[in-house]
Design a binder for this molecule. Sequence first.
Ligand SMILES: CC(C)(CO)[C@@H](O)C(=O)[O-]
Length: 490
Amino acid sequence: MEPRAKQGSSAAEEDRPTRVTSNEINRNYENITDFYRTKPVLDRRIHILGLGSVGIFIAHSLRGIPNPPPTTLLFHRRKYIEHWNSGKNQKLSLVTDYGTEKREGYDVEYVVPRYRRHGKETGMKADGSQLEASTEHLQEGESNEPISSLIVCTKTPLVLQALSAVKHRLHKKSVILFMQNGMGTVDEVNREIFPDPETRPYYMLGINSHGMHGVPDDPFTIVHAGFGTICLGALPPERLGGNAPYSPPRKDFRPFGHSEPVTPKHPANPDSDAPAAQASTFKWGPNHRYLLRTLLRTPALCATGFSPPDLLQMQLEKLAVNCVINPLTVMLDARNGSVLYNYHLTRVMRLLLSEISLVIRNLPELQYIPNVSQRFDPGRLESMVVGVANRTKDNISSMLADVRAGRRTEIDYINGWIVKRGEEQGVSCLVNYMLLRMVKGKAGMVQLEMGEDVPFVGDKPGEGPVAVKTSITAEPEAKAEGQESGPVHR
Ligand SMILES: CC(C)(CO)[C@@H](O)C(=O)[O-]
C-alpha cells in the first residue's frame, strides 16, 4: 500500500509548479509517463466521507482499477470503525448479477461529526453529549493529515456537520467532489464552512444514477441493482473569476447583415440589468484534474465529464423529477410507480411542474444558456418524470425510505430549493410549499411514533430494570451512515 501523505506535504505542494508545458516534458523526458514517474505532482490519496451505498460503490470501484489510488474511508460512527478493525472482514463487497466481489487495501480513519445549529458548531455530538475531539486532541483513529481529494457521499442534510469535522485538513488546492441529491449544498458550504473564496478548496459535482441498496446487518456490502452513470463536472472557482456557467457572445460580434452590436437576450430573462455572465473557461486545480481523471478511468462508475452549464441543467432536470416523485411517494406511502396512470395524481404533478418550470426558466444563472425554455418546458419535464417513475416503478424512493426509517429527509434541498428560488423571483410556489410542509409533518409524525417507545420513567425500587427500546434522537444522523432500506435508484 502506498505511504500516506506526510503532514504538511500540502504546503510543499503549493510551491511546486503544477503546469508544465509539453515542450518542457519533451526536452527532458522520453515520454509523459517518465515525467510523472520522476516528478510526481500530486498526493494520489482519495478520502471518502459518508459510507452509505454511493460511498461504498465509489470506494469499491476505485480499488478495482490498475494502479489504484490509495483510498481512505472516513467513518463517523465509532461502532463501524470497531467492526472494521475487529479483524476478519476489512473488505468492501459489491453484489451484482454475476456474484459478489470483495475488495481490500483501504485505510480507515475516524472523523467525529460536528453537530451544527444556526450556522455554528455546538461543541456537542448529535446525541447531545459533549464532543471530546478537537483539532489539537485527537481521538483514537483520528488524523490531522491534509486531504488533497475528498469525495463527500453523505446525505444532503449531513454535509455541513460531516465537512466541519475535516475542514481544517482541507486547503486551497484540495478538491471536494459533492455527490448529493438536490440543490443548494455548495452555497451552504460556502456560507458556513469556507466563507473566504481565496482559501476555499476547488469543487466538483457528481450526479449518480446507479441503483444501489444495502444489506441488513452488513454495513460493508451493497447490492448494485441497476446500471447507471455518474455525470461529473468541475465548478469554476470564484477566486479565478468563475460564477455564472456560461458566457454571452462577444459584445462586438455582429451577425451577418446586422450593423448593431448584439446584446445577449434570453426569452426567460429579458432583464437588461441582469449581471453579466462570467467566462466559461477557467483554470483547473491540479487535484481537480487528478480526481476527474481517476474517476473517468474507473470503468465500473461509467463516469463522464460535463461542462458547468451542462451539469447544472442535468442537476435541474433531476431536481424536477425528484420534486415530484419523492414527496408524492412519501404522502402516498407507495412505490415510485404509484404516481403513474392516475388522473388525480397527474393533476397534482402538473401543478407542481408548472411552478418548477417557471422558477427554473427564470433562474439568472441560466440566462445565457440557449434553449432553456424548451428544455424546462412543463410538458418535457412531465415526460421525464413519467419515464423515471416507469423505469423505477418497483423502487421505494430515497425520501420514502428516509421517512420510514425516521431519518431527516432531503426535502429542503429539493422542493424547498424551488420555493426559496421562487421567492427570490417573486413567484409563490404554493403547491411545492404545501408538499414541503406535508413531508416534514409526516416525517415528524413517524419520528414521534418511533420515539414513543421510550419510557420516560426511571427504575423504581423493587420493579427491576426498565427495558428501553432504541429511540431516535432529535437529530437522527446516527442512522445516516448505514444503508437505505429499499432499493434506491438515484
Ligand atoms: C428518481 C428517484 C425518485 C427514483 O427512485 C430517486 O432519485 C430517489 O429515490 O431519490
